[in-house]
Ligand binder design. Structure first.
Ligand code: NAD
Length: 711
């Protein structure tokens, strides 16, 4: 059987242990890898010919983190505790032989990977700004369970360690060197191994700082005045930010604080107990399920038709160089695609290109790009007003005004130039794709690619399959989204598609509460308590009340043309009232809030328009309403076939409108509550607040069958 770690003893007595986990694209911490490291540690400890150990990797990464596949099978806290302790026993053995151990890091060292490196006496790292070091476990509701919360504070101080573990952000090698996390930087792989060998040779006797009898904590332990001050406020700051929705953050703080009062080995055991608590938490289960397993499945093409061969876009046309067009142009050029950016005037087209230039200038200032790369990227964007320039485009995306006639006009003009096989996509946010495709001479090649604003920051693209869109077109759209580094979800055509439709239920529920006399402050706090990134009224101001009015009027007209009369959401009357008062949202500096240069505050006039009721509902009821209304609408989308998969529903909700990530997405939320319990509570809410809460029929069936939505 192939080995996870190969050992090679050099003439200089240095044992090089090279990690290369068979059958996996990256090294991950689990039994096979740890067994290999244990063997290396044992040789180091017992073989007098071995003078030192270098841990390296022959994969692109050093080690990318814990084996989540394995972790996900743990059902009892003892398993998580023992898994974490087993890793620590190996690392402890490795760092206490008295002989030097160096991590030679040429690729990402994340999570468990960084923890292995921390158990080495030195960390020599390739000076590559793209190389990532960090403890991202918190982003999946976990904490570093391989000693990370104990070695880091003893190496870089409690404050820096807390930041690394509780925020989970990556650290580039140069910064890591500054903070004392990294020992030395190397220029290339040869230099890396040379420096690692030299370090071993010059540090014959090695001991971790925390094992030295006179060890002093950098910045002091938990009893030092600075730490006492930090720990007296950090938990409340964290709670105020997360509303207690992320228990891992609290556990990380406890680990760092309690660890600062204990000897190293007791501290490691304590960390494993908190680790087990995290692993067993519904938050980590929900996040790992969605943000790891489902996201990976999507990226591997779970929602892409299997038949058509993989494609790449070489030349892209964008119609409309406004906010969205400019962002799409920038992101596509960044992925190496040649972009033709077309608008009605050269000035508008140039302005679209200038948007990318502005982003690049900022990146250049921060050292995130080079002048050459900036030039090369900008050279790929060609502003124009001439449709002939679209010749040779494999894909054209229209991002002109949200107006059917204008969209039809640009579709026809572009199709007259591009090859019959080229794909034409619309970035419409509200107009059904099947209807827009009527303006196309080749509706099979017509698709919706719904980007989110601001394009360069938002990771999601909602792909909308029109009535006549072919599988080939869908596959090509899907490949393009991956090509530019974004995450695609695939939905069938429908009003509001998936993301806009469900997102609206959140905002409108908050607005309906206002009409009922709920205090606006309670509504906003409920949004944040629910774990949403922005409260509903503030969000509606961002979107603009006039835009929502316009969309609602348009929808009403469209449905009337189909002979339907939809019932109006109770929140709509509030939006109309505010619009009539000229309070159309943030862009007018007045909506639910007043906006000044100093910030925003709820408009006092709301109290006159919507008097606060004498009796206020329980805050818990408000949170439930905001969450259930979204989850139920997402289930309806699944039932109606708008959503094609549960994974798309979950990922679309988190990446598209920021649905509480600790819930693992709008559909995962239903499973966490329990389908039967969800149905029962939804019925209660429907009785109290209206039929929009009536549980989707598929949920009722699922509850009866005792099933769940997510596998
Ligand atoms: P915008 O007003 O910023 O830009 C539209 C651009 O299209 C303008 O530069 C305009 O000059 C150009 N244009 C208008 N008619 C044209 C024509 N006939 N030929 C070529 N160019 C023309 O609008 P935006 O916010 O970028 O939105 C564009 C599209 O994207 C709309 O369909 C909108 O619904 C959709 N969308 C917007 C958002 C958002 O948050 N703004 C999000 C997703 C989708």
């Amino acid at each position: 059987m192939e080995r996870a770690v190969t050992l090679e003893l050099g003439d200089d007595g240095i044992l090089v242990a090279t990690m290369n986990l068979p059958g996996r694209p990256m090294n991950v911490v689990g039994d096979p890898l740890m067994a290999g490291i244990a063997e290396a540690a044992e040789r180091l400890a017992t073989d007098p010919a071995v003078k030192g150990l270098i841990l390296a990797s022959s994969k692109a990464d050093f080690c990318a983190g814990g084996d989540l596949d394995n972790m996900f099978t743990w059902t009892r806290p003892e398993q998580a505790f023992e898994g974490s302790m087993a890793m620590k026993r190996v690392l402890r053995r490795m760092e206490t032989t008295g002989k030097p151990v160096v991590a030679a890091i040429a690729g990402h060292a994340l999570g468990g990977g960084l923890e292995i490196a921390l158990a080495c006496h030195a960390r020599i790292v390739l000076d590559d700004p793209k190389l990532k070091l960090g403890q991202p476990e918190v982003k999946l509701g976990l904490l570093p369970g391989g000693g990370g919360t104990q070695r880091l504070p003893r190496l870089v101080g409690q404050q820096a360690a807390l930041q690394i573990c509780a925020e989970g952000n990556d650290i580039a090698p140069a910064k890591a060197l500054q903070m004392g996390l990294v020992t030395e930087l190397a220029q290339d792989r040869d230099d890396l191994m040379f420096k690692a060998r030299t370090w071993c040779a010059t540090h014959e006797k090695s001991q971790q700082p925390w094992d030295a009898p006179k060890f002093r904590w950098p910045g002091g332990d938990s009893r030092s005045p600075a730490s006492v001050q930090m720990f007296s406020i950090a938990p409340s700051i964290a709670s105020a930010r997360s509303y207690g929705n992320y228990p891992a953050v609290q556990h990380i703080m406890s680990c760092v604080f309690e660890g600062g009062l204990l000897d190293f080995d007791s501290a490691c055991e304590m960390e494993s107990r908190y680790f087990a608590a995290c692993v067993m938490s519904p938050e980590s289960k929900a996040m790992i399920g969605t943000l790891w397993f489902q996201l990976n499945a999507i990226k591997k093409g779970a929602s892409r038709p299997a038949g058509p061969a993989k494609t790449k876009v070489k030349k892209l046309g964008i119609l409309g160089a406004g906010m969205m067009g400019a962002g799409i142009a920038y992101d596509s050029a960044r992925a190496g695609i040649d972009v033709v950016l077309l608008d009605t005037s050269m000035e508008a087209a140039e302005k679209g290109k200038a948007y990318g230039q502005g982003l690049l200038d900022k990146a250049l200032k921060k050292g995130r790009t080079t002048a050459d790369k900036r030039e090369a990227l900008l050279a790929r964007i060609s502003p124009t007003t001439d449709y002939a320039a679209l010749d040779g485009c494999d894909l054209v995306i229209e991002a002109v005004f949200e107006d059917r006639a204008i969209k039809a006009d640009v579709t026809a003009k572009a199709e007259a130039v591009i090859a019959p096989s080229a794909v034409f996509a619309s970035n419409t946010s509200t107009l059904p794709i099947t209807g827009l495709a009527k303006a196309s001479a080749r509706p099979a090649n017509f698709i919706g690619l719904h980007f989110f604003s601001p394009v360069d920051k938002m990771p999601l693209v909602e792909i909308i399959v029109g009535g006549e869109t072919s599988d080939e077109t869908l596959a090509r759209g899907f490949d393009y989204v991956l090509q530019i580094g974004k995450t695609p979800i695939v939905v069938n055509d429908s009003r509001g598609f998936y993301t806009s439709r469900v997102f609206a239920t959140y905002v409108m529920e908050g607005i309906a509460m206002l009409k009922e006399g709920v205090h606006p402050r309670s509504i906003e706090v409920a949004g944040l308590q629910a774990g949403m990134p922005m409260p509903p009224l503030a969000l509606q101001d961002e979107v603009s009340l006039s835009l929502s009015m316009h969309v609602a009027e348009q929808t009403k007209k469209d449905l009337a043309a189909e002979g339907k009369t939809p019932s109006e959401h109770p929140g709509m009357a509030v939006i109309r009232q505010l619009c009539e008062a000229g309070r159309i949202g943030k862009k007018a500096r007045q909506g639910f809030y007043d906006y000044t240069d100093d910030g925003k505050r709820l408009w006092p006039g709301l109290a006159e328009l919507f008097p606060v009721a004498a009796s206020q509902p329980d805050q818990h009821e408000l949170v439930d309403r905001l969450m259930f209304v979204q989850a139920n609408e997402a289930a309806r989308c699944l039932e109606e076939g708008v959503l094609r998969s549960v994974a798309d529903g979950n990922i679309g909700s988190i990446f598209g409108w920021g649905f509480a990530p600790f819930r693992g997405g709008a559909l995962q939320f239903i499973d966490t509550v329990g389908v039967a319990a969800f149905v029962a509570r939804a019925r209660e809410l429907a009785a109290a607040h209206g039929p929009r809460f009536a549980p989707a029929a598929m949920l009722v069936r699922l509850a009866e069958a005792g099933g769940r939505l997510n596998n």
